[in-house]
Design a protein around this ligand. Structure first.
Ligand code: PMP
Ligand code: GLN
Length: 389
């Protein structure tokens, strides 16, 4: 529980209930140890666009190496306003509603640090991304868990039932990790009906915004006229441009909420990697979001086709994001964590158990495969799993 220092009277207490090593790092390490194909952690194994890499080299050669303004490089902010206005469903954002952050994890953390007081409750819909609960707890909040239904859809009655006078925020994630599900306009409206007479702030994790497949379109919390006045929408260039190691993102929020956010951000990070901001600004001018979504949809389909002869069950194709969940219960009785470890050790294919997205680690009988991978990587995984039974 504690970390003891060399001085036996000194110890550091835990600030949160999260694991010391996240499931994503744990599984990636296991994949390395066993020489397994890694379809666990959500990062692409294909090359980042050389144009983006060149822009980064150019930015630093052009001497963009000193601090930028707190909210971000003005060119990036301007280009983000233009980019959001040009979405298939346009999002009209004033530059004063944009703030550049060192990644989405930070954006979520800083939003919680901005609004939480000790004892405040935050509603978390499970399965949920692993950084939410530690970020709530470090900031003195208390997570209140609500399960999505068996299709990973929100159950608004259940959400309504956990709202109390202490509820300060709710965290939404769409497109959803791990299921890929996407919130519709009607979902946002139902959420509005629940929060409208409360002081609840919505923190909307929208890092997979550009990865919506088939007939699904992305609807941000910022598309909802009333919700946008009380929401932080959080984005990640790492996911947008397949460069997860860059750790740059942005947050959209009303001018007032942006002001409140800056009060914390000013002293937590101040500004964000400047050459990267210039490179991202330049890349936004040439980036083809439609072709990118098409490429990722093809990758999703490639994985599903490659695995078609395997005994996994897919209840529905991922609507968006980087991941496809699959059910293995018709051929194994192992719990999902043991199954994922067994698959890595014995079959040399690494995946993430969906139980890792629940605070109580409940077995789901499902694992999550990342399809942000080269075709040859997915082929190799399918080949290794050929003799699964
Ligand atoms: N939210 C979700 C749902 C994610 O899957 C991830 C991982 N990319 C993040 C947030 C973190 O994004 P970043 O790397 O920009 O901090
Ligand atoms: N977002 C990535 C995933 O879900 C992991 C990021 C991380 O390792 N923290 O796999």
């Amino acid at each position: 529980m504690y970390i003891w220092l060399k001085d036996p009277n000194m110890r550091i207490e835990r600030k949160h209930s999260g694991k010391d090593i996240s499931i994503f790092s744990e599984m990636t390490l296991l994949a390395q140890q066993h020489g397994a194909v890694n379809l666990s952690q959500g990062f692409p194994d294909f090359e980042t666009d050389p144009k983006l890499k060149e822009l980064l080299a150019k930015a630093t050669a052009d001497n963009h190496n000193q601090y930028a303004p707190l909210t971000g490089v003005p060119l990036l902010i301007e280009n983000l306003a233009t980019f959001n206005a040009a979405r298939p469903k346009p999002l009209r954002i004033h530059p004063s509603e944009i703030i550049i952050t060192p990644g989405a994890t930070y954006g979520i953390y800083c939003a919680l640090a901005t609004i939480l007081n000790p004892g405040d409750e935050v509603i978390v819909l499970e399965p949920s991304y692993d950084s939410y609960v530690p970020a709530i707890e470090i900031n003195g909040g208390k997570p209140v868990f609500v399960s999505l239904d068996t299709d990973f859809r929100p159950d608004f009655e259940k959400i309504r039932n956990v709202v109390t006078m202490q509820t300060r925020a709710i965290i939404i994630n769409s497109p959803h990790n791990p299921s890929g599900n996407i919130w519709t306009e009607s979902d946002w409206e139902q959420l509005w009906q629940i929060v409208k007479d409360t002081e609840i702030i919505v923190i909307s994790d929208e890092v997979y915004d550009l990865l919506c497949y088939d007939e699904n379109t992305f609807t941000s919390v910022m598309h909802h006229t009333q919700l946008r006045e009380r929401s932080y929408a959080v984005f990640s260039f790492g996911k947008m441009f397949h460069a997860t190691g860059w750790k740059v993102g942005y947050v959209l929020a009303s001018e007032e909420l942006n002001h409140a956010f800056r009060r914390v951000h000013q002293y937590l990070s101040f500004c964000v990697n400047v050459p990267a901001q210039y490179a991202l600004a330049g890349y936004l001018e040439v980036f083809d979001a439609k072709a990118n979504a098409q490429m990722m949809q093809e990758k999703r389909d490639y994985l599903i086709d490659a695995f078609a002869c395997l005994p996994f069950e897919i209840s529905s194709k991922a609507q968006g994001g980087y991941f496809q969940t699959m059910d293995y219960r018709n051929f194994s009785d192992l719990n999902d964590k043991d199954f994922a470890v067994w698959l890595t050790r014995e079959k040399k294919v690494c995946t993430v158990p969906v139980s890792a997205f629940y605070h109580n680690g409940q077995n789901t009988g499902k694992v999550r495969f990342c399809f942000a991978k080269k075709e040859e990587t997915m082929d190799k995984a399918a080949e290794l799993l050929r003799n699964l039974l």
